[in-house]
Design a protein around this ligand. Sequence first.
Ligand SMILES: CCCCCCCCCC(=O)SCCNC(=O)CCNC(=O)[C@H](O)C(C)(C)COP(=O)(O)OP(=O)(O)OC[C@H]1O[C@@H](n2cnc3c(N)ncnc32)[C@H](O)[C@@H]1OP(=O)(O)O
Length: 221
Amino acid sequence: MSESVQSGVRPGNGVRSGDDVHEHHGGFPVFTPVQAGPNYGEFVESLRRLQDLAVSTHLPDDVVDDAIARVNALSDMLEPHRVSEGKSPAGFNRQLPGRGSLLLLPWLFEKVEVDGIRSRGVFRLFHRGGNSAAHGGTIGLLFDDMLGMIVYASGHPIARTAYLHVNYRQVTPLETELVLEGRVDRVEGRKLFCTAELRDLDGTVLADCEALMIELLPGQP
Ligand SMILES: CCCCCCCCCC(=O)SCCNC(=O)CCNC(=O)[C@H](O)C(C)(C)COP(=O)(O)OP(=O)(O)OC[C@H]1O[C@@H](n2cnc3c(N)ncnc32)[C@H](O)[C@@H]1OP(=O)(O)O
């Protein structure tokens, strides 16, 4: 989640002030958010489609050769534009699915408030584990990403995940709209105990988690 924490945009509507508790970044650099251009979301979605196809096609060898050449040509086009961490729009743009990051699940936030967050989206074909279910690791990825936003929305300083306990209650379907809700349940000093649930639109819990987030000390990476 970290990148949207760095966006400087407060949960809800306001813009955070300079003396806000979120200025406590531990050892994290303070990045200036990089706004995505008007076509950046489409670019990332095109790459997701490519990933979907990469895991759901059986290509003749000549098509594979052609695909290698074309993908390498695309990479050669992008290569001169490499930037260091924090200088790309990837991950900074909360208005885009997965905040414009190819790593993250392509979900959108519906609620980012002190008492918790709600996010909605789908697992894609390239998140498939077995028998058309989402891979368990991608569910952990979704939870971990949301935990960062939960901490941020709650008004606590930047924290890292010390542990993340996931309960897989039901098989999680692909390409089906789902909802995740989570919040900070209790605080003990630097320790933030968080919970979250992943549900289908009928309200059935597919997975839930309990996590310990620990606020970073100054200089902690
Ligand atoms: C602007 C940038 C925004 C960035 C947002 C970042 C969000 C990203 C979310 C992630 O980081 S996910 C990546 C996966 N997580 C990590 O890589 C974390 C790696 N671990 C660490 O960096 C350190 O272990 C950590 C900062 C989490 C804690 O180290 P500390 O040395 O500060 O804590 P310490 O070991 O002193 O423990 C503090 C308290 O937590 C407890 N604790 C620590 N780890 C625990 C654990 N695993 N289980 C239970 N308790 C635990 C520990 O017992 C103690 O309890 P008490 O205060 O009651 O004595």
